[in-house]
Design a protein around this ligand. Sequence first.
Ligand code: G3I
Length: 320
Amino acid sequence: DTALKEVAESFHVGMAVITERLNGTHHEIYQREYNQITAEWEMKMNIMYPTEGRYDFTAADQLVDYAEANGMRIHGHALIWHAATPTWVEDFAGTDEEFETMVEDYIKTTVSRYKGRIVSWDVVNEAVNDSNGELRNTVFLQRMGADYIQKCFQWAREADPDVLLFYNDYNLCWDQTKLGTVLNLIDDFQTNNVPLDGVGFQMHISYNGPSKARIAENTKLVTDKGVLLHYSELDVKVNPDNDISELTEERAFAQKDKVTEVVEIYNAIPEGSKFALTIWGLRDNESWIPNQQGHADWALFYDEDFNIKKAHTGFLEGLE
Ligand code: G3I
């Protein structure tokens, strides 16, 4: 069998999706390969709560329905993220107390709406700075104080006692400063009985790094805490330095090898920490990376014509 979800027996295999691509060839491949989905952007605050006092769950409902109709789990992503905060929240006119009540209402409304239908939520995404490991200076930190993350997790738990609650961030598989802050956060949550079920390593990585040893070490630092670990947004750049103009065979093999390493590491973590490995998009041309990087890349498992790439084989080999 070459379908990822069939071969990965001890964890779910996820895919980032959008409502516009739930049909045709996308749908066929989704059904064949994955048993979990994440909304690539339609379950963020700027989409679900675009205007003060007016929620819009149209897209989120459609994605949850799609998951159920196709026997997949759906991972909620992401309740609080500075980069997907609607303007009206950034510019919130009320007092800090009113701001906090508004966030509590948003989290409880959203989490209770999908109670029993969504397996897990990224409650807070990317709250830690790259440079110094301090909390990122977001509107949530400014309005609610340094324990805003804890408050958000508590509200999510009150709204659904069973949904798994994740903290999600990028560079955690190699940035020791950032990971250190997250490990301290886990300790703080555990000491103070704040609910936290797991951590998401986004895994936006490259063909040439980080090393397998580094990823394995950082993975262990988290699983040693006894929490779940989600590799939540895997993609592997092959052109981070813009030195190729098409995907060369050499880079395609290097990408495959990196994927194999990642899957080997994930597959070897203790059962109690396994959750899912999610790939951040289907086809190379649909990835966020070329846009964000400003030049071409081929970071995913399928090419523009829906052909399976070597990276896909690399995933299967990581499970052998
Ligand atoms: O807002 C318009 C929408 O009204 C319209 O229907 C749509 C048509 O394409 O465009 C919309 O804008 C979209 C935007 O998100 C909405 O916030 C863009 O197309 C869409 O590409 C965009 O980017 C997403 C980004 O998060 C912001 O939400 C990316 O697709 C997605 O890959 C990216 O994902 C993030 C993770 O959530 C967190 N980690 C980093 C990762 C990459 O930035």
